[in-house]
Each structure stands twice: as structure tokens, then as C-alpha cells.
Design a protein around this ligand. Structure first.
Ligand SMILES: [Zn+2]
Length: 177
């Protein structure tokens, strides 16, 4: 579809657009609350033991070349056959990651909004958030979100919204069971 529009409009100046975005950000701070997105944990080999590829766990052998400080949080000697005290037999160390954003939070999500987002079930607890545009990747990658004391999962793909400039990520969440 072709469109015939002027190259630039003259009703709203670029200053007004900047002011609009700044005011929207102030509104977010004034009205928003902090939410926490829990991202996938980072996984690294346990430096204190070896990995058994067959069992997918620790090989229960102390790695004496562990470069970390002895008796520090990542280095403790143990006897062969015992459970590694650093990874608790996992063979890997998982580090949980999370990040916080200020979000407008609404507990009212209409049936129409749910259907529009491809959500067919109405018998769950939903909420929606608006966060800064830079939160998009974290919203996509998070496993759960902590919102007003409850744990939610993403219920649909987040949507970038805004006028000429995309400034918010709108996300619908469903209460995790
Ligand atoms: Zn270990």
C-alpha cells in the first residue's frame, strides 16, 4: 500500500516530542512501582571438582588446581567419593540473575485485551505492566517476574508501544502456579 504523506509534520515540534517522552518518564516514576525480573541463571563449571559426562553431575573428585582461594566461597578440599561442598554434587555452579524495573502495573486486564494477545483462558490471574523500552530483552528472557509480592510468568509476547518513538514495553503476565 502506497502512502502520500508530507516528509515531516508541522503540528508537533521535535521539542514537544522530547517533552512528551520526558513527561511520560516522570509519570512512570510517579505512578510506577518496582518489579523484579528473574533471568536465566548463569551456569559455569564447578572449579572445585570435575564433571562426569555420563551422570551429568560432579565426578566427586576434588580439583586441587582450583584457582580460587582455599576455604573461600569457591574452594574447599574434600576426599574422593565425597560430595563436593561447593556445588553440592551438581558439577556446575548456577548463579541466579535478576534485574529491577520501574513499571506501571495494572491488575485489570480486560477479556478483549487477553483475546487480542492470543490468550484464551479467562480463569487465571493476570496483570499488565508498562516498562521502559530498554527492558524489552529482559522481559523476553526472564523466566518469572516478581510483581507486588506475587510471582508471574509472561502470558504473551511483550509489545513495544509509543507514538513516533517506541518508549514502552507492554507485557501481560499470568500468575504462576
Ligand atoms: Zn563441585
Amino acid at each position: 500500500m502506497a502512502e502520500t504523506l508530507p516528509a515531516s509534520g508541522s503540528l508537533v515540534s521535535s521539542e514537544i516530542k522530547t517533552i512528551f517522552k520526558d513527561r511520560m518518564d516522570e509519570l512512570l516514576v510517579d505512578l510506577g512501582r518496582k518489579i523484579t525480573l528473574h533471568l536465566k541463571s548463569t551456569v559455569e563449571d564447578c572449579p572445585n571438582c570435575g564433571f562426569n559426562d555420563a551422570t551429568r553431575r560432579s565426578n566427586r573428585k576434588y580439583n586441587s588446581s582450583n584457582p580460587n582461594t582455599l576455604n573461600g566461597p569457591k574452594h574447599r578440599a574434600f576426599s574422593d567419593g565425597q560430595i563436593c561442598p561447593i556445588c553440592n554434587d551438581q558439577g556446575v555452579l548456577k548463579t541466579p540473575r535478576s534485574t529491577m524495573y520501574t513499571a506501571t502495573i495494572s491488575k485489570k486486564v480486560s477479556q478483549a485485551e487477553l483475546l487480542q494477545s492470543g490468550i484464551g483462558r479467562m480463569d487465571k490471574i493476570y496483570c499488565k505492566t508498562g516498562t521502559v523500552i530498554d527492558s524489552y530483552d529482559d522481559v523476553i528472557n526472564c523466566e518469572t517476574a516478581f510483581i507486588d509480592g506475587l510471582i508471574f510468568e509472561r502470558a504473551a509476547e511483550p509489545i513495544k508501544t509509543g507514538l513516533q518513538t517506541l518508549i514502552r514495553v507492554k507485557t501481560i503476565w499470568v500468575r504462576a502456579e
